[in-house]
Design a protein around this ligand. Sequence first.
Ligand code: ADP
Length: 219
Amino acid sequence: MKKNQYAVIGLGRFGSSLSKELIKLGYEVLGIDKDEEAVDEMSSELTHTVVADSTDEEVLKSLGVRNFDCAVVAIGDDIQASILTAIVLKDLGVKMVVAKALSELHGKVLNKIGVDRVIYPERDMGIRVAHQLVSPNLLDYIELSKDYTIVELSVPKRLCGLSIKELDPRAKYGCSVVAINKKNGVIIAPMATDVVNEKDVMVIIGTNDQIEEFEHEVI
Ligand code: ADP
């Protein structure tokens, strides 16, 4: 199967980190930046790199950006350049355009232009770090809806050796352990007799209130 090809426009901190990770995952990445130094720094890491102004439609056309499966506008500070680039990409008919927004207003404009996915890295990372600060055992979480969340919690020492039945989050708090991630593999839908150990990670699903109660009482 042909692997997706990505164009990343703007090789600042976000764009360079994103494109390096895509390469690590085995995808081809074309990196574009108007700044020669930024391009030089990434030229050995990415599949192709080009010094170009992405607000120039002819330039993006000649680079064949329309044939890429996804283009990411990773320009933040220069809002005008970010918006103009997004318009050009949509006009060229790129299948999937993702753009980073620095503010709600910037995001609103990108949405109006028809950007397929607007991301707010700074805002979202701030929220994520706040959650991790208030729950030190929280490794990661996904908000399924306004009320429901899946969390990854590290198992503290004092819970080691307890079985799911002994922890019994479902009966006590209403949330469920859907998986235990152990060093030697993941147990999906663990049974009542499965035991948690230090360094294991519990994956728990429930309402925000149920999970919060479980965390405070048990973890
Ligand atoms: P970060 O916060 O991720 O570092 P920045 O907004 O500081 O993001 O950097 C974005 C990058 O986008 C910079 O390297 C800048 O040179 C590049 N850039 C800005 N405008 C254009 C443009 N019109 N064409 C191509 N690259 C651009």
